[in-house]
Design a protein around this ligand. Sequence first.
Ligand SMILES: [Zn+2]
Length: 185
Amino acid sequence: MQKCDKCGKPSEIDWIDLGNDEESHLCLECNNKIQSDNLGIELPEIARHSFILTDCDQELHLFDSEYIITPMFKLLRCFERGPARYKCEVQDSLDADYKNMFAEMIRRLNKMLSTKYMEFGTWIDYNIYGHISVSQEKEQFEIIVDGKPYTWEEIGKSLRDLDGFQIKIDTANPTVDFEPDKDNE
Ligand SMILES: [Zn+2]
């Protein structure tokens, strides 16, 4: 595993300077320190948080979040630790406030956790929401719905009672609040 150029911890963020083709490898903390010094912006005390949220079936979900400062924007992303695989990303401008970004991430996660889209391999309410997960080798491809992985074939089989129905497949960048808002339907 690559090590951070500054402190020797495992590297998490790789940058390539296109001007001179030089690569740098940094841990999250060193990256944020360097970027905030360069940009003259405030560095939050902690770049990582762990927190627990409850879903609509009263099951607990443990998340780890990472706060990343880049030369162009701030990114807050979180992944679920454990068997379920919910995730969320919030992107904002360099002058955005960390607390507001964190609140937005929690709002979006709570919205995701408040609805189930699949039950016993079929769609509960004529639409599903989730994200695409492709393995690093690009050999495995899954659709994650309700935090659970499904193959494309399983998603296809779940449609077999909808002969003749119209279908719409739409995608969005992970930082966009894209989930159907049930109250507005
Ligand atoms: Zn480091």
